[in-house]
Ligand binder design. Structure first.
Ligand SMILES: C[S@@+](CC[C@H](N)C(=O)[O-])C[C@H]1O[C@@H](n2cnc3c(N)ncnc32)[C@H](O)[C@@H]1O
Length: 337
């Protein structure tokens, strides 16, 4: 059954991500009263971004180019990307995982997405291939439903960048709300083999972020774990006008083998007020692209033939589902020889 139009989208598995309903609600409940533009400098799996109602102008960023490739693929070539994902034979998923995790020449977005959806803990770090365990085949079911189409529609018109967080806090804009979820403090102190994501953040990076928040003309909300040393709180003192809200949340990811849980802080440089209004942007977003439209008919025919030749027991209906086309399209492709 297709998801209701504004239901949050769960695209990626992300350690420390904010895709759990309670985490999403907690952050969104603290948005400013008026939001003309949403910015997320450490987007990761986009737990909060993908829970926003459609139509809010947005800018998302992350320093990990492989992760950002997935956002760009879904924004700029959604049909091709979805088709590439659906061509994977579910019976050969592990084989495909073992191949792509070592293949630096593979489509960057496809490689990241497949590994992220099926690897242990959603952790993608190609520098440590021995830690990339295929453990979640069900994660690939995501390509069967409407998630890719909905994510693509959500990303239409969104500015997507790969780089450091600083420009998103500094660049001028109107009624901008920045939601920043930097790498957890604990990530930097873990040995490289245990880190939740590739790009760690040092204490100095946290201090640099705090300086950028102070200098920002925008409303900024930051997520932090409430560390026992009070480091996060010390960076944003109440005496300077920062507000700190706390909640006990469980979030995605594991630390030291156990499920991560703990007290979360939301640090604000503004008063969230009581009523939240998300202003729609100027251009309405298109409806999610339902069936895949193939720009290149020859490529589609070749894929149909390839699938048919690879596995004669595969029904034409299954081939149609995998390529996101109708049964009659597959029949006419085969008839065309
Ligand atoms: C805690 S995760 C964000 C999780 C995200 N909120 C979610 O819901 O999935 C932190 C992210 O910051 C990124 N990152 C690390 N250093 C960065 C930097 N200097 N600038 C921008 N992004 C960075 C990491 O690649 C990681 O994706």
């Amino acid at each position: 059954m297709p998801a209701p139009p504004h239901a949050p989208i769960s695209l990626l598995r992300y350690p420390g991500g904010k895709s759990k309903p309670a985490a999403r609600r907690w952050v969104l409940a603290h948005q400013p009263r008026v939001v003309g533009e949403y910015r997320e400098p450490f987007v990761g799996g986009g737990g909060v971004f993908f829970a926003l109602p459609p139509g809010v102008p947005a800018w998302v960023n992350d320093i990990d180019p492989d992760l950002v490739a997935v956002y760009l693929a879904l924004r700029d070539r959604p049909a091709e990307f979805a088709a590439r994902c659906r061509v994977v034979d579910p019976a050969r998923l592990k084989e495909e995982f073992d191949r792509v995790k070592l293949d630096g020449g593979e489509d960057r977005a496809f490689r990241y997405f497949l590994v992220n959806r099926t690897v242990f803990g959603g952790r993608v770090n190609y520098d440590l291939p021995s830690r990339l365990y295929f453990s979640n085949p069900d994660g690939w079911n995501v390509v069967k439903g409407d998630t890719l189409g909905r994510a693509a529609a959500h990303l239409a018109g969104v500015r997507v960048t790969c780089g450091d967080f600083a420009p998103l806090l500094a660049e001028p804009g109107r009624d901008v709300w920045c939601y920043a979820d930097p790498p957890y403090l604990v990530n930097s102190s873990l040995p490289p083999t245990c880190r939740l994501y590739r790009h760690a953040f040092t204490g100095a990076d946290h201090a640099r972020l705090a300086a950028a928040v102070r200098a920002s003309p925008h409303k900024v909300a930051l997520s932090y774990g409430d560390d026992p040393d009070g480091f996060a709180r010390s960076l944003y003192p109440a005496a300077e006008g920062f507000r700190v809200a706390a909640a006990d949340l469980n979030y995605g990811g594991t630390v030291g083998g156990g499920k991560a849980r703990g007290r979360e802080l939301l640090i604000l440089n503004y008063n969230p007020g009581k009523v939240s209004v998300l202003l729609p942007g100027p251009a309405p977003r298109p409806d999610p692209p339902a069936p895949v439209r193939w720009a290149d008919r020859r490529e589609r025919r070749a894929l149909v033939r390839q699938l048919r030749a690879a596995d004669r027991t595969l029904s034409l209906r299954k081939i149609a589902t995998r390529l996101g086309v109708t049964l009659s399209t597959v029949q006419s492709d085969l008839a065309a020889g």
